[in-house]
Write a protein that binds this ligand. Sequence first.
Ligand code: GDP
Ligand code: MG
Length: 359
Amino acid sequence: PVASVLKVLMGMQMMVNINSELDLETAEMIAAELDLTIELKAAETLEDELITELENQEDDPDSLVPRAPIVTFLGHVDHGKTSLLDYLIGINVVSGEAGGITQHIRAYEVEKDGRSVTFVDTPGHEAFTEMRARGANVTDIAVLVIAADDGIMPQTEEAISHAKAADVPIVVAMNKIDVEGVDPNRVMTQLTEHQLTPSEWGGEVEVVQTSATKGIGMDELLETLLTVAELNEYTANPNREALGVCLESEQQGDRGVVAKLIVQNGTMRVGDILVCGPAHGRVRAMTNTLTGKPVEEAGPSTPVNLIGLDTAPGAGDRFHVLSDIGQAREIAGARSYESSRENLSGITTKVSFENFQDM
Ligand code: GDP
Ligand code: MG
């Protein structure tokens, strides 16, 4: 108990408080006094044991339930990615406060007839690649947006290779179909040349003709995504500690760090202890990314804005819910230490009161 440790420290004339860090020598003296054995565990070991275990934890097949597919828009600039998402949100949300923050990564859950799709709109496919490079593969389905009047452009080709590298199903939104004189067959031919033969032509790729400005084909696009999702049977276990990915975060004045996270498995609740990249903390509040309304919990595939982290994690940082705030602090500390030093060779042997108590 902390009280007995404090008593020993007082006997050693050491004035400390509950948050003080003790050096190893002092910790050893206390241990000797209290007849305890100290087991030193490097924070990296903790990371290995805890985080790897959480990442690899197999879910009992009986615990799995369907989850919303996470869909990312990819394509050439100005082909209509943001407009498509705007339209899709518009038909589902009464409050008109959607748009506004277009330079950010956006993530929204859209519901249709009781089924949900989570959409992610990134400013460019660099963000998609960057997140993948960091091991944060959030996307289940890529919507390749191609403006019918423009056809396949260099960035479309890049998007195709990114989607193929991610090994996710591709659905094509042939957008701007309302523009006069466009020739859908031209785009279909281009798709075929890129090994994306449309299903209409006997291939495997669903092509939906859309107009984000006129609202054409939007129901069909949603339906197609839901069908692809059903075929792929995306599932998750809502009854476990949450884990997922940070899409972006920022320091917002007196609200502190606001992090946009997407839960990939498990359920995250207010009060949960979280480690996310070099950040850690307790979930103080979460809000729906679309309505801004507070939510008490967030299940698989749900995007939330979260308050409670001590520093801002980066895009693509994975998060895990832990049971011990001391461990969360240790792991986060080791990560920021690691990123602040080029070559971390030593082992951190800080023993704080809180985790000392748990030993
Ligand atoms: P993004 O760069 O891919 O996100 O493209 P935006 O959504 O910003 O759209 C680029 C421009 O194309 C905007 O001026 C849109 O109004 C316009 N646009 C988007 N979708 C359509 C469409 O279906 N038809 C027409 N005519 N214009 C569109
Ligand atoms: Mg855009």
